[in-house]
Design a protein. Structure first.
Length: 645
């Protein structure tokens, strides 16, 4: 009896110790997730609902995440933009005067779409319901302050005292802190930066994020502050506020048009994830455009680099799969994804091999089994979380199968006949400290006109691309307001049309546009068109404070299409992950030698090794082999898990 009693005591102590250890482990995991030790996963409302989502629709989707995706690591549910806009006839993304704001000029949920927000409760009840499902709650916010608040000239809240902010003997208001010349380029009627050099500007931002914390927000997606919209002052101030809150909040930046690794290095320690592309939609061109940029950020060592109280992750944008709406639409989900099944697998495979955050975008109330199997594939999710040494693998060979009538011709990739290569000059914006931005030269061509050119080679005088530099011409009294603001700044004119000026508007996907023609628009008084030439050879844009650089790429115009790519990574148990991607418009046979794998894997020696493998999508296994070769469908992929002796 005594031994039995002692046994019960031992069991109780063991169970108590185990329970305590488990709770501590879970608490530690929760903190780690909050600080993005792993690439975050979840669902975002934009791809399926644009800005029109209601509380009921949001919670219905959150419930599906909890029941079907949480076990696969999808834990964040994020309300995307304009949750504060009244849904009325004719209202769209850049409408002015339809937003719901409080007495301090802060956005609050539209009570018609979000009825639980009435009575000043904001998202408190929605966040609580999300938390009760075992999930985390996120919101999308824009830069700075709304134009509506500035027009209303609302007072600024002092978040410390809880009253109107006073300094220098006066109450500060929205018009004191709003920077109209820094309006969001793709939503000019919506939002503008605030002056963070002013105490009132910093107080306004703090009041926003303290309110989000009070609502129970776990994730903030800050838009129109990064890439071509760069506002390092707001990013820095918001990051500082987040470190001082009593609630951990993940900090995400969007969008990523024109982002370079050097620009990311300027912010990665301030945030947890940041977009490195423009908006990604369900077109093959959008998917294919991610290969170069993901390669560059992996090469720069940005995957899982230091971040805000943890790590940071380059973000390839949401997964536009399943049941969707259209870009900038004012209606909810109404169509299925336009990507082929092979293209969807390619997208999910690249996102995982690049360890991107995984944010699903389709309406989960219509989640089909095929889509579900793609986004919850266990091996892809393991790679996304736990793989290492992720990089593009260049040591591959391929043959493209070009059809001519009924004849199939195999030609060695890269030696295709009738292959036309055209130079394309592509404008990029990067931080001015980036060495690649120093390539502009100025020369006098007329007494009133200088010319700015980009050098083909910094060691020669050969000019690649030139524009005429002209002081902006005043045409109205209203524009006189900007004369002092743009003192020393210039318009850069297209040589073949003096009415068109170089435009760095974030509306444009500058990374995929040719300079000649498509990056010019009719000259006007606009910060996006104001440039300052510096003696160190940089050309700075007034809107973003970023500098222009020009890349020349070869654009192929043959039947093969976009080429072949490959990525490699290692697993926790020593396995090797190898992905083949066929960007061509024809089926391609892609192969790699096992002996070449260690050229991308530090510390591995596979010269005489043979490997067995399993291909993830087909479940085909083989081995031992010295070479891997497989036919890959148009825009498709193959993903191998190799175990090598």
């Amino acid at each position: 009896m005594k031994l039995k009693f002692l046994g019960l005591i031992f069991f109780a102590l063991f169970f108590r110790s185990y329970s305590l250890e488990r709770k501590l482990s879970e608490a530690s995991l929760a903190v780690g997730e909050q600080h993005a030790d792993l690439p975050p996963r979840g669902w975002n409302s934009y791809d399926s609902f644009s800005w029109t989502i209601s509380e009921e629709e949001f919670l219905q989707n959150a419930e599906v995440v909890s029941k079907r995706l949480l076990s696969s690591g999808y834990q964040y549910v994020v309300v995307d933009y304009l949750w504060y806009r009244r849904k009325e006839e004719g209202v769209w993304a850049d409408s002015l005067g339809f937003d719901v704001i409080d007495e301090w000029g802060r956005m609050i949920p539209d009570p018609e779409r979000w009825p639980s927000s009435r009575g000043g409760k904001g998202f408190t009840e929605v966040a609580q319901k999300v938390h009760d499902m075992g999930l985390k709650f996120g919101i999308h916010v824009m830069r700075g302050i709304s134009t509506q608040a500035v027009n209303a000239n609302t007072p600024i809240l002092d978040p410390v005292k809880g009253v109107a902010y006073e300094e220098s003997g006066r109450v500060w208001r929205a018009q004191d802190i709003g920077l109209k010349e820094k309006a969001c380029a793709w939503m000019k009627n919506g939002f503008m930066s605030v002056d963070t050099n002013l105490g009132a500007g910093r107080a306004f931002l703090r009041s926003l994020y303290e309110q989000y914390a009070q609502w129970g927000v776990d994730f903030v997606k800050n838009d129109c502050v990064f890439g071509s919209d760069f506002d390092i002052n707001e990013i820095t101030e918001v990051s500082k506020v987040l470190t001082e809150l009593n609630r951990p909040i993940l900090y995400s930046l969007s969008p990523g048009t024109g982002v370079t690794p050097d620009m990311a290095k300027a912010v990665n320690s301030l945030v947890n994830l940041y977009r490195i592309t423009g908006d990604d939609w369900d077109t093959w061109g959008d998917v294919a455009s991610h290969f170069d940029v993901s390669r560059d950020f992996a090469s720069a060592g940005m995957i899982g680099a230091g971040g805000l109280q943890g790590k940071s992750w380059p973000d390839l944008d949401m997964l536009p799969l399943g049941w969707l709406t259209d870009p900038a639409s004012s209606e909810g989900p109404h169509r299925s994804c336009r990507l082929s099944l092979d293209e969807q697998k390619t997208q999910m495979t690249l996102w995982s091999m690049a360890k991107s955050p995984l944010m699903y975008g389709g309406d989960l109330r219509n989640l089909d089994d095929t889509t579900s199997s793609i986004i919850t594939n266990p091996k892809l999710l393991e790679i996304d979380y736990y793989s290492s040494n992720n990089m593009e693998f260049p040591f591959i060979n391929a043959n493209s199968h070009l059809k001519a009538g009924n004849l199939v011709i195999n030609r060695k990739y890269g030696k295709l006949k009738k292959r036309s290569m055209l130079d394309r000059h592509i404008l990029h914006l990067t931080i001015c400290e980036d060495h690649s931005a120093k390539g502009w030269v100025s020369q006098v061509v007329e007494s009133e006109l200088d010319r700015v050119c980009w050098k083909w080679n910094l060691g020669t005088n050969k000019r690649l691309f030139c524009m005429d530099k002209r002081k902006p011409l005043l045409t109205s009294d209203q524009e006189m307001v900007y004369k002092q603001q743009y003192q020393g700044k210039h318009h850069l004119l297209a040589l073949d049309s003096r009415e068109f000026c170089l435009d760095a508007s974030p509306k444009r996907k500058l990374t995929s546009q040719e300079l000649k023609g498509s990056s010019f628009s009719r000259c006007k008084w606009d910060a996006n068109q104001m440039w300052e030439f510096n003696v160190n050879g940089t050309l700075m844009n007034s809107y973003s404070g970023l500098c222009a650089t020009v890349r020349t790429v070869k654009a192929a115009t043959d039947d093969a299409g976009g080429g072949i790519r490959s990525w490699i990574a290692t697993g926790r148990a020593g396995e090797i992950f190898l992905a083949f991607f066929n960007l061509n418009d024809v089926t391609s046979t892609i192969s790699a030698k096992i002996s070449d794998l260690d050229r991308a894997l530090p510390g591995r020696s596979l010269g005489n090794a043979s490997c067995t493998y399993t291909e993830v999508w087909s479940a085909k296994s083989d081995g031992p082999v010295n070479t891997i070769s497989i036919d890959v469908a148009v825009h498709g992929c193959a993903l191998f898990v190799l175990r090598c002796a």
